[in-house]
Write a protein that binds this ligand. Structure first.
Ligand SMILES: [Zn+2]
Length: 297
């Protein structure tokens, strides 16, 4: 029966699913960091400018934004480009993961589904971190528990991790999820403590509490449950590398434009990129590092 489904059906279905999930991500990005709002209540979407409840036809991913020319139908206030951007990004990430994993069995589709939801979660926490500099507990804490339960139920999530044992997959995956959470959260916490020691003076000057927020620690505990201990460490390595590159570039641009004082970016988005790379291509960061270091020697 599966043979009769045309080849274009799966990517089209994944893209539509991604757009729909992306639309939900917009709701989460808007509501989670704001007090008194949650993803469940109010149940219908409202215009953030005039508060008018949106018709379902004005709430279609990307399409409504284009048809309404980026304005609210009622108050004509502009609707941010961020809404369609988030929807396209989530759909794009899911399509990319689908094309890398090419799931063919039920189990492979379940693994892909978990990865797809994780990718959407990465977009939500990164967007919130970029705007508010927080990684909300309401996502990271239950997410970490869900990651452990999913690993125990679906051991194939960890099949690519070194040390995964086929003769006892459920136990093996549970151990990898738990040690992954410890390795991800613990190593970042340690880096934060060292950062506090090294940057004590600067931190006092800037009036912030810590070099590394506990939000990053909890976010990496969640990522660790799905990646396992070795892959989550690679994800953190990639995030440090990327963060340093982008940080230096931003500082240069800032100086060239005549700006003074510190420029900063939250770390959450870099951690998310690292985690997504390791999810799609397990072990790739280590491989790349080896090639670069081997090439330099
Ligand atoms: Zn409006």
């Amino acid at each position: 029966m599966l043979d009769s489904i045309p080849l274009w059906f799966a990517p089209l279905a994944v893209a539509c699913f991604g757009l729909a999930v992306g639309s939900f991500c917009n709701v989460a990005i808007h509501r989670v960091p704001r007090e008194g709002l949650s993803v469940r209540s109010p149940s219908r979407s409202h215009c953030p400018s005039c508060g008018t409840q949106l018709l379902w036809s004005d709430n279609l991913p990307v399409l409504s934004w284009l048809l309404l020319r980026a304005r609210c139908r009622h108050c004509k206030q502009p609707v941010s480009w961020r809404y369609p951007a988030v929807e396209l990004l989530v759909a794009g990430l899911m399509l990319a993961l689908w094309s890398v994993q090419q799931p063919a069995s039920t189990e492979a589709w379940l693994v892909f589904g978990v990865g797809a939801v994780f990718a959407a979660t990465c977009v939500v926490v990164s967007a919130i971190d970029l705007e508010f500099w927080i990684l909300p507990d309401v996502v990271t804490l239950p997410g970490t528990a869900i990651g452990v339960v999913l690993s125990a139920a679906l051991p194939a999530l960890h099949a690519a991790h070194p040390g995964f044992r086929l003769d006892n997959p459920h136990g093996s995956a549970t151990v990898l999820a738990l040690t992954g959470a410890l390795a991800g959260g613990g190593s970042l916490w340690l880096v934060g403590q060292l950062g506090n020691l090294a940057l004590r003076k600067k931190i006092e000057e800037a009036g912030v509490s810590d070099a590394m927020g506990l939000g990053d620690v909890k976010w990496m505990a969640l990522c660790g449950t799905l990646l396992g201990p070795l892959l989550v460490l690679e994800a953190i390595l990639a995030a440090c590398f990327l963060g340093a590159l982008v940080g230096i570039a931003l500082k240069l641009i800032h100086r060239i434009r005549g700006g003074r004082g510190p420029v900063g970016l939250p770390f959450g988005p870099f951690l998310s990129v690292g985690a997504l790379v390791e999810l799609a291509w397990p072990g790739s960061v280590w491989g790349l590092m080896n090639t670069l270091l081997g090439g330099a020697a």
